[in-house]
Design a protein around this ligand. Structure first.
Ligand code: 5MM
Length: 342
C-alpha cells in the first residue's frame, strides 16, 4: 500500500470545498429512471446520457471526482474519446462503483447484504488500468420493526472493510457508503440511533481490517426522518442531528464526508448540507461535501428526456445544481440561488 499516494488522493477529492458527482447507477437503476421519463432503456441511451454529463463545460469548477458504473468506465464520447479522459482533462478524477448490488441476507427477513468481494482483487487491478483513482461500495440498511439486526449491520460493515482494504492495496481510495434508507416512518431520533450504531460498527471493522483512515472517504446518509414520518422537521434539526451523530462516530483522521442524497429533494439536500457547513464547519475535523446522484442529476434528466436537442438545457440544469451544492460546501447557499441560472 502506498499510504502517501492514498492520502494525497483522498484529500484531493474534497479539496476546494468541492464535492463528487455520483453517476454510478447500475443498469437496472438507470433503466428504471429512464423508463419513468419515457427514455429508451438501451446501452446507447445510457452512453448518450453519460456523455451529456461528462462533457458539461466547467464541471471541474464544482466537483473533484465522478463515480462511474463499470459500463460507463469503458465508454467513449461519440467522437471516440474515453469518458475517463474527458473527465481527467476537466480536472475531475474518475472513480468506479465496485459492489455487485444487494441480495437478501440469509436468516434475516427484510434485510440485505451487498455482494462483490469474490474476485474483487482482480477487478480492482483492471479498474486501475482503465484510469480509476477511487472506488465506491454501498451497503443498504433498512430501518423498521426490530430491524436493522446486529447480524445485518455487522455483515455489511465487515464487507465494507474487506472491500476498503482491497482498494487500498491497489492504490484506490475507498469510499465507504453505509446507507440507512429514508423509506419508512422512523423519526429523526430513530434514524440517529440506527445511523450511530451503523457508523460505530463500520469504523470498528475498518480498524480490524487495518484500513488507513486518512486514505478513505465516508459516504453516509444525512440523519433524517423517514419519508412516511409525519412529525415536522426543520433544516436546522437535521443538520444538528447529522453533525452530532458524525462527531460521535467518525474519527478525525478521515479527511472527508461526502453525503448521499437518498431521495431528498434537490433543494433540501443543498439546504441541509449548507446549514451544517454554515453553522459547524469551524468545529469539524473533516470536510463536509456531497456525492449526490439524484439531487444533482434528476432535473437534468427530466429536461433531456432522451432528446439530443435538449442537451444544452440539461447541462445548464446540471451545472445549476452543482453550483448550489458547491455553495453549500462553503455555507453560502440560500434559496435565492435557486432563481439564478448558470
Ligand atoms: C444511495 O445511492 C447513491 C447516491 O445516490 P443518491 O444521491 O441519489 O441517493 C448512489 O451512488 C448509488 O449507490 C448508485 O446510484 C448505485 O445504486 P444502484 O442501486 O444502482 O446499485
Amino acid at each position: 500500500m502506498n499510504a502517501r499516494a492514498l492520502i494525497h488522493t483522498a484529500r484531493a477529492l474534497v479539496k476546494g470545498e468541492k464535492g463528487l458527482l455520483a453517476l454510478d447507477e447500475s443498469t437496472p437503476t438507470c433503466n428504471r429512471r429512464f423508463a419513468a421519463l419515457g427514455i429508451p432503456q438501451t446501452e446507447d441511451a445510457r452512453r448518450a446520457y453519460r456523455e451529456l454529463i461528462v462533457t458539461t463545460p466547467t464541471l471541474g469548477e464544482y466537483i473533484n471526482g465522478a463515480i462511474l458504473y463499470e459500463e460507463t468506465l469503458r465508454q467513449m464520447t461519440h467522437e471516440g474519446v474515453p469518458f475517463t479522459k474527458v473527465l481527467s482533462d476537466a480536472g475531475v478524477m474518475p472513480g468506479i462503483k465496485v459492489d455487485m448490488g444487494t441480495t437478501e441476507l440469509a436468516g434475516h427477513p427484510g434485510e440485505t447484504i451487498t455482494e462483490g468481494l469474490d474476485g474483487l482483487r482482480g477487478r480492482l487491478q483492471a479498474y486501475v488500468k482503465l484510469g480509476a483513482r477511487f472506488a465506491k461500495w454501498r451497503a443498504v440498511i433498512t430501518p423498521g420493526a426490530n430491524i436493522p439486526s446486529h447480524g445485518c449491520i455487522h455483515s455489511n460493515a465487515h464487507a465494507l472493510a474487506r472491500y476498503a482494504a482491497l482498494c487500498q492495496e491497489v492504490g484506490l481510495v475507498p469510499i465507504i457508503e453505509p446507507e440507512v434508507l429514508m423509506d419508512g416512518d422512523q423519526t429523526l431520533q430513530q434514524c440517529a440511533a440506527v445511523t450511530q450504531d451503523v457508523l460505530r460498527t463500520v469504523f470498528e471493522q475498518l480498524h480490524t481490517q487495518r484500513v488507513l483512515l486518512e486514505g478513505m472517504l465516508l459516504k453516509p446518509n444525512m440523519v433524517l426522518p423517514g419519508l412516511a414520518c409525519t412529525a415536522p422537521t426543520t433544516v436546522g434539526e437535521v443538520s444538528e442531528a447529522t453533525v452530532s451523530c458524525l462527531l460521535r462516530t467518525v474519527p478525525a483522521a478521515v479527511p472527508g464526508i461526502v453525503f448521499l442524497s437518498g431521495g431528498q429533494t434537490a433543494e433540501l439536500a443543498s439546504a441541509r448540507l449548507n446549514d451544517m457547513n454554515a453553522r459547524f464547519k469551524l468545529q469539524l475535523p473533516w470536510a463536509l461535501a456531497f456525492s449526490f446522484a439524484r439531487a444533482i442529476q434528476q432535473p437534468a434528466m427530466e429536461i433531456w428526456k432522451g432528446n439530443p436537442g435538449n442537451t444544452a438545457a440539461a447541462q445548464k440544469a446540471l451545472l445549476h445544481r452543482l453550483r448550489c451544492n458547491h455553495a453549500a460546501c462553503r455555507g453560502e447557499y440560500n434559496a435565492d440561488l435557486e432563481w439564478l441560472t448558470v
